[in-house]
Ligand binder design. Sequence first.
Ligand code: FE2
Ligand code: FE2
Length: 259
Amino acid sequence: MNNPTANPNVSQSSGFSFDTLQRPTSTVIRPTPAKQSITPACFRTGFVRAAHPRVFSVRLRSDSAEALAEVLPLFLCGEESAVLTFGQLSAMDSLSAVDRGRLSEIGNDEAWHEIWLSGLRAGLPTPRTESTGSREMRLFYLSLNDARIGMHLARIAALDSAVCVILGLLRRRHGALASDARLSDLFARIHRDEARHAQIAAIFARQRESALDVYHTAHATRTSLIRLLLARADALEGLAICPDRLIRRLSHLPGQLLS
Ligand SMILES: [Fe+2]
Ligand SMILES: [Fe+2]
């Protein structure tokens, strides 16, 4: 799975071996993995095909695995979109070499996230809502694009910081996923990366756009994301996340975008 040489664009430094992670000791129900092939959720990037990720065998209660399967495509679609976005942004001639390097590093992280979450998706049951939701998800991620890089990155900062909120809730000590230590470690790694991405994207946005523009743009992105999450309210509850509380938290933008 983590063979960086399989894809020369994925650096060794991002290697994260699940083989070295401890196996959980708790007794849980292991769902029968659906025979899902590893295919793109929304956007084809080419990274997953090159990396040949292993199917991630989760150790969760069946109902938790089913709930996660409903929500995961929303995240995976975002990773695929981010791989393409940062590939383009990091090649922009108008940016300094330092800025291009920062964006390229984010793109590298996103490629790994895509690979890992693709393996996880293949180990989960087939979601019920995926076919009806994918068009909406695609449109949401496409709507983040903007010719003004500052606006584009304001949206990404709003999104990645929201993902951090959700991952924080999923990773709670007694949360629905606590029984699977490997899964918790995977989400912890992605959580750390997304927090860094949100911070860098917010700095880019604030350097290039007015505080008011950043605020309105980020707020609109959060509103659209909340709509997508509300369509998965049952699955969120299945993951022990109260949709109302989540939405209240996502209605507030992080300080890094505002100051
Ligand atoms: Fe990501
Ligand atoms: Fe990100």
